[in-house]
Design a protein around this ligand. Structure first.
Ligand code: NAG
Ligand code: NAG
Ligand code: NAG
Ligand code: NAG
Ligand code: NAG
Ligand code: CU
Length: 587
């Protein structure tokens, strides 16, 4: 018996070693193909509002010092293959999850709580198995380890931190750092938390695998709190301040995560699809959950972590949102609105006052077509997100929180003093059948030499031009930015055909085309952000700041170091196929 065990173990070990030296990550065997109708049926079979909204575990990125002042903290967070139950009626299914152990890892991962001005170090560890649980496509630029395993690298979205800690797509690593990408330098990331308080999130960013690794579960929230905010703003706090991480996912009948094994253009890309849309709406890891709330104000930090779905949220029974923050920063004053519109990876920081209705519930709904703006209308599944069950009677203790008339004033976004103007043209290429093959910025791939080289400490103006049919959420690492003008391109076809030949906006004389009507920048987007929606057929003028926006101070670290940063579209399927470019700051 004993002998048997040893020989099995040795055999297994040999198998690992043998496969290790010869094989790259094997893709999982494809399950029998399913139809869209079958997937929809699975989602439709799930009863809505039967799972309570989970609150993800909290990890504190600081330690309480012996005196009053908190001290920098250090966390170790792993990526594990584990099981997660997305709905009461599904069995637990295999996912990749962040956590401090396989037993405690969750989807989304733990919420990292940090303090403004108090640095947090995080050591990210990969405990993922030899094979991926989802299909991927090696015909797009993809991290390929020589010993198998799942390449990962963590990016803190919205974080202002050194390039070595940015999660460059080429800084990927597999379990035990056995294989690393060309830009890998270190396993502990430094998050200085020097930026103003705000809402961030962390997620995987490995080359060509971002969409897959996020679908598998590698997402989590990160908040920078300003300890003075409680007394100066008095917004709802503690148990009345919650994160809602919203994604869309489809599932097989057995409750496992669905991803298409066949590409949109399979002779060119066997697996890559231009956009992933799921049938079920998942909040904090549960399909259409509910939350019992008291009849008082709550603060919700809503993060759209979908791969490609835009959300247009509203509340039933007459309730409104009071939006206090957008993305990474507060608005200067609150905006009361019935509708919140979020691109993938955008964040809305809102207060909902449940005392404003006498009803006993309010459903959070979605009405954004997909792809946005020209795609299918929502249906009875994806038009619902979650339900708030409003407890009868007054709150347990009086609600003393309030939303002040004035929140926070940051320096204004202005082109005065901007040192450089750049044209950033988002372009989608199609096969002869009209199916998308890849998406480039300025006609260049990720691997073409860097062209965006801002001086650290300066402000630039980026004219972002969208020549595709989709809305693209533009995300720039490190910098915070703000749209100040949205203007239509009048003769789009002429400009597009010029771009197809010259791949150069200046050579195509962009100013002669951008003369059409102006769109208003919505009030709730008039603040410093890290994702800006770029309307199709429009040029969006964006002021980009390569310093600390609070006080124009230089970064307290060397932002010019290797491997630099990136900027990209935050539709993950686009980013993976290569709507992404390097960004290298210079001194
Ligand atoms: C974080 O890492 C930096 C650089 O390695 C180090 O100087 C600092 O002491 C670390 N902080 C903590 C709390 O471990
Ligand atoms: C998977 O992709 C193929 C190719 O684009 C498509 O024909 C098929 O309908 C997709 N499957 C589902 C379930 O959407
Ligand atoms: C969420 O983000 C995805 C892309 O990251 C986008 O396609 C989707 O529309 C967004 N949904 C909402 C509700 O904002
Ligand atoms: C571009 O077009 C504008 C407006 O039509 C014109 O004023 C300008 O001279 C043109 N620039 C070049 C380089 O042709
Ligand atoms: C890009 O332009 C197309 C039309 O040219 C439009 O449909 C789409 O919404 C735009 N995308 C963004 C992000 O603005
Ligand atoms: Cu895009």
């Amino acid at each position: 018996m004993m002998k048997m065990k040893i020989s099995t173990a040795v055999h297994f070990l040999l198998m690992i070693i043998f496969c290790g030296v010869t094989a790259a990550t094997p893709p999982p065997p494809a399950p029998p193909p399913v139809t869209e109708a079958a997937l929809k049926k699975v989602a439709a079979s799930l009863k809505m509002y039967v799972d309570e909204l989970p609150e993800m575990p909290k990890l504190y990125g600081y330690t309480k010092g012996s005196g009053d002042s908190p001290k920098p903290g250090k966390l170790t967070i792993g990526m594990y293959e584990t099981k997660w139950k997305f709905h009461r009626d599904f069995p637990a299914t295999t996912v990749f999850a962040y956590g401090t152990s396989a037993e405690t890892a969750t989807v989304p991962g733990p919420t990292i709580e940090t303090l403004h001005g108090v640095a947090t170090n995080v050591t990210w560890e990969n405990f993922l198995p030899q094979s991926h649980i989802l299909p991927f496509d090696t015909t797009i630029a993809t991290a390929i380890p020589s010993h198998g395993g799942v390449p990962t690298v963590v990016h803190l979205h919205g974080g202002i931190h050194p390039p070595q800690s940015d999660g460059n797509p080429l800084a990927w690593f597999t379990a035990g750092f056995r294989d690393t990408g060309s830009a890998w330098t270190e396993s502990t990331y430094l998050y200085p938390n020097v930026q103003h308080a705000g809402n961030l999130w962390y997620h995987d960013h490995a080359l060509g695998l971002t969409r897959v690794n996020l679908l598998a579960g590698l997402i989590g929230s990160y908040v920078i709190r300003d300890p003075t905010e409680d007394s100066t703003l008095n917004l709802p706090r503690g148990e009345f301040d919650r994160h809602l991480m919203v994604v869309d996912r489809s599932f097989y009948k057995d409750g496992s995560l669905y991803m298409n094994y066949t590409g949109d253009n399979p002779t060119i890309h066997p697996q890559w699809q231009p956009e992933y849309f799921g049938d079920a709406i998942i909040v904090n890891g549960k399909a259409w959950p509910y939350l019992r709330v008291q009849r008082r104000k709550y603060r919700f930090r809503i993060i759209n972590s979908s791969n490609a779905r835009y959300f247009r949220f509203s509340l039933t029974n007459g309730l409104s949102f009071v939006q206090v923050g957008s993305d990474a920063s507060f608005l200067s004053s609150p905006v009361t609105t019935r509708i919140i519109f979020l691109a993938p990876s955008e964040i809305a920081d809102v207060v909902i006052d449940f005392s404003k209705t006498s009803e006993s519930e309010s459903v959070l709904r979605n009405s954004a077509p997909y792809p946005y703006p020209s795609g299918s209308a929502v249906d009875k599944l994806n038009s619902k997100v979650m339900k708030f069950i409003i407890l009868p009677g007054p709150p347990k203790s009086p609600d003393t929180s309030k939303v002040p008339q004035s929140l926070k004033n940051y320096p204004a976004a202005t082109t005065t003093g901007a040192t450089t103007k750049r044209y950033i043209v988002l372009h989608e290429y199609e096969s002869s059948t009209g199916n998308p093959t890849h998406l480039y910025i300025n006609g260049k791939s990720f691997f073409d030499p860097v062209t965006e080289t801002p001086k650290s400490g300066t402000t630039e103006v980026w004219e972002v031009i969208n020549l595709t049919q989709d809305n693209h959420p533009l995300h720039i690492h490190l910098a915070e930015f703000q749209a100040i003008k949205i203007q239509q391109i009048v003769d789009l076809a002429r400009f597009t055909s010029c771009m197809n030949i010259k791949n150069n906006a200046i050579a195509c004389n962009v100013t002669s085309h951008v003369t059409g009507k102006l769109h208003r920048v919505p009030d709730y987007e008039k603040t410093w952000k890290n994702v800006v929606k770029i309307e199709p057929g429009y040029q969006t003028t964006v002021v980009v700041k390569f310093n600390l926006i609070d006080n124009d101070a230089p970064y307290p670290f060397d932002a010019t170091a290797q491997p630099g940063y990136v900027y990209h579209c935050h539709i993950l399927d686009h980013e993976d196929n290569e709507m992404i470019r390097p960004l290298k700051l210079v001194a």
